[in-house]
Design a protein around this ligand. Sequence first.
Ligand SMILES: O=P(O)(O)OC[C@H]1O[C@H](OP(=O)(O)OP(=O)(O)O)[C@H](O)[C@@H]1O
Ligand SMILES: O=c1cc[nH]c(=O)[nH]1
Ligand SMILES: [Mg+2]
Length: 208
Amino acid sequence: MDVLVVDHPLARARLTTMRDARTDNAAFRAALHELTVMLVYEATRDLPVAEERVHTPVARTTGYRLANPPLLVPVLRAGLGMADQAHKLIPDAQMGFVGLARDEETLQPTPYMESLPESLAGRPVFVLDPMLATGGSMAYTIRLLTDRGATDVTAICALAAPEGIKHLEDSGLPVRLVTASIDERLNDSGFIVPGLGDAGDRQYGAVH
Ligand SMILES: O=P(O)(O)OC[C@H]1O[C@H](OP(=O)(O)OP(=O)(O)O)[C@H](O)[C@@H]1O
Ligand SMILES: O=c1cc[nH]c(=O)[nH]1
Ligand SMILES: [Mg+2]
């Protein structure tokens, strides 16, 4: 699997803010917004462009736009904190939604929402979720996409655990990963170490 680690100093600084247990919900959301811009910027670097003529106030020249904008799919809740920023960078992108909650005991994803276009054949997809831990939630989401014909999926995650990367690699799913960090490991509760805690709770407050 193709893995891109965006370790730009500004990305590291935003991630440090997110990791810091003293960071409150508002500051955490702000740091995730800014980090998302950097991750999506790098994730789109090699996308095909279409050329068009543009008239500047001075002359005609060649302009560029994304030839085939990706479908953006935030995974609720935590991925919602990446959706608006990704959409600002790619305003003509369509957006789909997947809602998953990981069972705290089994660590398996429990689906509660799904709103996706029927056919994804020929369409690149960016899945937005800050955390790739066991990889179960991401693999579940990508299967929803491949069932609809997607063959070109990019997982955009603030943090990834080695276990989650291995899970995606072993799955054989058509995915590449763009992340700001590959952390050390998962702990016995399935949390990324050193990580940043529960990315949903850190943005929106605890539900349990
Ligand atoms: O790789 P995994 O082991 O599947 O874990 C990662 C998932 O856990 C978090 O969501 P969570 O289930 O906590 O839901 P939330 O976003 O509502 O907090 C995170 O946003 C991922 O979706
Ligand atoms: O560390 C983790 C693991 C899964 N989900 C999170 O939000 N954080
Ligand atoms: Mg959570």
